[in-house]
Design a protein around this ligand. Structure first.
Ligand code: ATP
Ligand code: MG
Length: 434
């Protein structure tokens, strides 16, 4: 669930509860006085009617009754003992008014909501032993209409919810910006990751300031590293090249010369591995024809008598990859197989196989050498980790770390296992190009 929805739902729930509580308070505080007010009005009406009927002569009485009907919408009827009447249900506003009326007019008063099947507000009263009904307009009972209140309530709730949306967005936006800026920093875009430090909210401005300082420091460290790498590659490789030339020209003894040249080549390779691991080349993802890439990677080993290659890469497989990165993966795996994975006869037998699954392509490079101790397998892709076989071979321990990092930067994975029948099998999975 997103932060926005969580905060919004919590706020909305809170608002709904408070509106309902407020409504309940209003009902309790407002309805009682309103019932008393209605009862007071009705009691006055009954008393006035009674007095008027009592003190007018029979002819004026007819006119009076007619006036009451016309002006007050009140009817008078004689109450018979066999009249059937129904009282108001408890807990309604009618019931409350009825009780207040009985209190005012005396215990003999009857208040009913229906007499002989006719709905209305019926009040039974007595004049000189004679019983009468007074039928008043039942709308007198209604408090301010329930619907009006509901409409107000709905409006208040809707406005509150709009407020909740605004508040939630205010909380959410800085967090979203922070997440976006962090993603930019991860991709190395330090300039695009600047956050606003002049915001009026003190805490958010503080977080933004701290984030900007951190991004600046990272940018500086990144620039330093680039400078240092450029320095290493230039300052070490230039004298190395000179040394190679001097060895070629100046060492007369052929075996010594070859050994020195091989050592120089090792140092050069190690520097190359360092640079490959440390330098962040931008990853450019594009469909890469796998068979051709594999062919290019194995080309230097083809002429060698001590390397036997068995390649099963169907034509037409195209992973979505960075061409240079894929080349680097393959050359490291091949180099490892040749260096650490020779069979008992001293030959390196290398199987390269590619299979397409639903969403990705699996490329496996496998040798038939001694393999690796199971316990060490998970550690091989750590930078600078070198196994048993490495005691006697040159290397930096960065090869498999480069393989894993390159695969991950292309959105793929790298998996190591000891193959059935001996030898290490490294499987790199890359997404299939659409
Ligand atoms: N095919 C293999 N068979 C047996 N062991 C292997 C194989 N490939 C790698 N290893 C072991 O894994 C270790 C790490 O390999 P990795 O490629 O990272 O480093 P490296 O080959 O020693 O040096 P680098 O590749 O940087 O020159 C190696 O030192 C070796 O012990
Ligand atoms: Mg290696």
């Amino acid at each position: 669930m997103s932060l926005f929805w969580r905060n919004f739902l919590l706020l909305a729930g809170l608002l709904l509860l408070s509106v309902l509580a407020w409504f309940q308070v209003f009902r309790t505080l407002e309805q009682e006085p309103r019932a008393l007010q209605s009862a007071q009005g009705l009691a006055s009406l009954v008393n006035l009617t009674r007095a008027a009927l009592l003190y007018t002569d029979p002819i004026a009485r007819v006119a009076l009754v007619k006036t009451l009907v016309d002006e007050e919408n009140v009817r008078i009827a004689v109450r018979e003992p066999e009249d059937i009447h129904r009282p108001f249900e408890p807990n309604t506003s009618g019931h409350r008014v009825a009780q207040a009326l009985i209190e005012r007019l005396g215990p003999g008063t009857i208040v009913a909501r229906e007499v002989n099947g006719f709905d209305g507000l019926w009040i039974g009263f007595t004049i000189e032993g004679q019983n009468y009904w007074l039928l008043a307009d039942p709308s007198r009972l209604e408090a301010v209409g329930g619907r009006t209140w509901l409409a107000w309530l709905a409006t208040a709730l809707a406005l509150s919810l709009v407020g909740a949306v605004i508040i939630t967005r205010l909380i959410n936006q800085p967090l979203q910006r922070l997440a976006q800026a962090a993603a930019r920093v991860r991709e190395g875009d330090f300039d695009g990751a600047r956050l606003d430090e002049t915001l009026p909210t003190r805490e958010i401005a503080g977080v933004n300031r701290a984030f900007n300082r951190m991004a600046e420091q990272l940018a500086r460290a990144d620039a330093d590293r680039r400078l240092m790498l450029a320095g290493i590659s230039h300052d070490l490789r230039t004298p190395l090249a000179r040394l190679r030339l001097e060895v070629e020209m100046g060492v007369p003894d052929a075996p010594t010369r070859e050994r020195m040249a091989s050592d120089i080549a090792d140092v050069d390779t190690i520097i190359g591995q360092f640079l490959d691991y440390a330098r962040e080349r931008p990853t450019v993802l594009a469909p890469v024809p796998l068979a051709a890439t594999v062919e290019r990677a194995v080309a230097p080993y083809r002429p060698r008598g001590d390397v036997r290659l068995r390649i099963h890469v169907p034509e037409g497989l195209q992973p979505l990859a960075d061409a240079a990165g894929l080349q680097r993966i393959l050359s490291n795996l091949l180099e490892n197989a040749v260096r650490h994975g020779r069979s008992a006869d001293g030959c390196a037998v290398i199987d390269i196989e590619a299979t397409a699954a639903e969403r990705d392509i699996a490329l496996t490079v496998r040798d038939h050498g001694p393999g690796v101790d199971e316990a060490l397998l998970p550690r091989l892709t750590e930078p600078f980790f070198r196994g048993e076989s490495a005691r006697t071979t040159p290397g930096s321990g960065l090869g498999l770390a480069i393989v894993r990092r390159s695969a991950e930067r292309m959105g793929g994975t790298c998996e190591l296992r000891n193959a059935d029948g001996g030898g290490l099998a490294v499987t790199v999975r890359l997404p299939t190009a659409p």
